[in-house]
Structure formats: structure tokens, C-alpha cells
Design a protein around this ligand. Sequence first.
Ligand code: NDP
Length: 448
Amino acid sequence: MSNTTNYIQKIQTKIHENDPHQPEFLQAVDEFLSTIAPFLEDHPEIEQNDLLSVLTEPERLLQFRVPWQDDQGNWQVNRGYRIQFNSALGPYKGGLRFHPSVNLSILKFLAFEQIFKNALTGLPIGGGKGGSDFDPKGKSDQEIMRFCQSFMLELSKYIGPNLDVPAGDIGVGGREIGYLFGMYKRLRSYDAGVLTGKPLEFWGSLTRTEATGYGVVYFVKHLLADQQKNIEGRKALVSGSGNVAIYAIEKLQELGATVISCSDSNGYIIDENGIDLSLLKEIKEVRRERLTAYVNEKASAQYFEGSLWDKEISAELAFPCATQNEIDEEAAKRLVRNGVSVVAEGANMPASLEAANYFVSNGIYYCPGKAANAGGVAVSALEMSQNAQRLQWTFAEVDARLDGIMKEIYQACYDTAVNYGQKNNFVLGANISGFEKVAKAMLRQGLV
Ligand code: NDP
């Protein structure tokens, strides 16, 4: 066994021993470590300085109580978190997730992946993530507001435009960012750049709402263009029906694909005529209803309970845009059997380690979330630039920059994979090219 392999195994064992009850975090670290050996061979200074031990330990980890009152006057308490994982490249940057499943393991995996994703954008941002086990489903607007205000009352002590800049994620969109920003402003000052994903009425960036969904499609557009192919005329599966899914569907349709599915945590829709996007937006963004409403209003659609990925259905492109670990190895095999040749992750870590390995070893163009869904955070960083300039760029300008950034990310993944003799292994490409930037910055900053 080579020295490098020994070193990686030593780190892996240590992390598994330190945090045995954090399966998602361990999964993200294992995936990362499984790809970086060839880079470590070329860069002995990483092992000499034991940089992997420093890298895998969050710089700061905050957990706090979030008390709030429901509409009946009852006292409620949730857990709030912020993981400030790595600031080598800039202020911590990463979303807030409000979902009952939120815990330290999930947020640490998200923050860890965010480090490399942010590095891939080429923009000056470090990695962080946060959120709460608060469930926004079924809550009134007033309850959402009171929760956000209480959450920010504590979080405001630890964030700032040059320190840590949160944004949205599952369960946190423009409405929540608006309430969070209002409270921050009241407590501190009008620091527009303290949060991104702000509504357009106050310092938000055009294209931020669309950025993650558009970005994942741009990534695939550049991948296909490299092979003199395009998206037009292809059949696509999309999971999820939130922010990322909706705008992935919008861009896919604009580029001529037929998107036949979307889903939520209860079930999924198949509409062979193509998803009716204006109806989907009306149900999810305006009425905030469940997906079952779609089939009541669309005769061509069918609703099924369970996971979209359990269905035998033919398609060429798959865009998992809901949540982590939605595709297991069985589902991966099913997709490949049914003709899927490109899997592009709008969600973070939607494929299990086994599923991801299956895609890579079977020649599928597998585009990992840390590269393919980086468009959201990239436009967040552009929002910070606009806020600092006190300007608002046009939709077309931000969209063109987003497309350009996704092209560069694709190219970096591709070139790095080729460079290490593993053409089309975008997991390796994304991990090594993201890590290279972070590692160099960390080494130059010394042991901090
Ligand atoms: P939203 O809250 O807008 O939508 C989430 C969607 O995923 C909903 O359809 C939701 O269904 C579904 N979902 C959530 N949890 C589960 C679950 N446990 N099982 C099945 N379905 C589930 O979130 P986003 O669209 O913003 O985020 C989706 C994914 O994209 C996440 O992985 C997120 O981390 C990632 N991402 C988001 C970015 C952004 O800019 N927003 C940036 C980069 C990545 P239901 O309504 O039933 O809960």
C-alpha cells in the first residue's frame, strides 16, 4: 500500500471514530477521500502538513435554541445551527435549511461539500451551511415570520457581510430570507450583503431565484456541446418540485427537452405531454399546495405515491433536484437500464455512494452536485458584488455570467479528470479541482 493510501485511510478511520453517528457527513468525506489520492501523490506537502485533518474539522460549529410562539399561543422550541466550515477562500457562504430532518450530520455534509463547490465557482467565498429542524409545512405566514425573527435574533451575533453570508436551501426561499433580513437589519444595521437570495424589492439579484436550476442545465448543455450534441428533443426526468426543480424544468423546456416528471416527499407526477410549468409554479410558488393538486387540473398527468426513481420509465437525462440519497444503487441500475446517459445533480448528494460509483463505472455522464448545482451559490456571490457596488445588474447580464461560470466549472472538472487519466470522471474532476484551490490557500495562510 502506498504512503498516500495509508495516509488517506488513517484520516478516514479517524473521522469515522470521531463522528460515528454522522452518516451523511461520513458519506461526503468518504466520497471526497476516495478520489484525491492522485492529487496527493503530486503534492506531498499536503500529507507533510496533515492538511486533511485540518480540512475535515469545521472551523466553528454553532448550535442554539430557537424559541417561538405558534398561532395558538403555545411555546415552541427548535434547534438552530450554523456550521462555519472553511474560510480559506473568503467569508463562509452556504444556505440555511429548514426541514424536520435537519441535524448536525446533514449540515456538516452540506457545509463540507460547499467548500469545494464554492471553490469551483472561482469566486472568493468559503464554505458554510446552517438551518433548523423547524418544519415550515403547514405553518401560517405569521408563524414563519416569528420563527425567522427568533432564529435571526441568535444567528445575527455570528454573521456579517465579511464573516458569514447565509442564503436559502430547502424550506428557505425569498419569503424567509425577507423576514430574516428584516430582523438582522433591526438588530444590527442595513448590511445588504449579509444574506443572499434577497427579494428583488431590496437588494436581491435578478436570476438568483433561477440560478441553481438554470445552472445545472447549463452544465449539461456544455457537456453535450463538447460531443456535438444538444438538449433539444431529449426526454428528461426531474425530481423535486421546489426552487431547484422548477427552474431546471424551465431551462430544459426552453432548450427544447421534454420533462415528464416532478415529485415531492409523498409522490410524483408523470405527464408524458411534458410538465405544465405555469400550473406547477402556480401550485408550488403561489398557492403553496401539494403536488396532488396538479393531477386534479391536468388530465394528461398521473400521480403515484413513493419515489420517482423506483419507476421503470425511459428517458435520456435525469436531474435529481429534491434531497440527499434519493437514488440508491438499485435506482441507479434502473435508470441506466432505461436509457439514462446523463445524471446531473441539482440537489446535494442525491445519489448514494454506491449509486454514484455505479454511474461512474458504467460510463454514465455523472455530474455531481458540488459542480453541477454551483450556479446558485455563484449568483449569490454575484449578489454580494452587486450589493457592495450598490448596483443591480440586468437579468441578461447575470444569466450570461452564470452560463459562463457553469462552462468554466464543467471545463475544470473535465480537464482535471483527463489530466489524471480518468476522462469523464467528474466526481474526481470536481473534488480535485475544488480541493486544489482550497489546499493552496490553506497552506499559504499557515496553521490557523
Ligand atoms: P425547496 O424547499 O424549494 O424544495 C425541495 C423539494 O425537495 C420539494 O419538492 C420537497 O418536497 C422535496 N424534498 C425535500 N425533502 C425531501 C425528502 N426527504 N424526500 C423527498 N423529497 C424531498 O428546496 P430547493 O429546491 O432549494 O432544494 C432542493 C435541493 O437542491 C436540496 O438538496 C438543496 O440542498 C439543493 N440546492 C439548493 C440550492 C438553492 O439555491 N436553493 C443550491 C444548491 C443546491 P416536499 O415539499 O414534500 O418537502
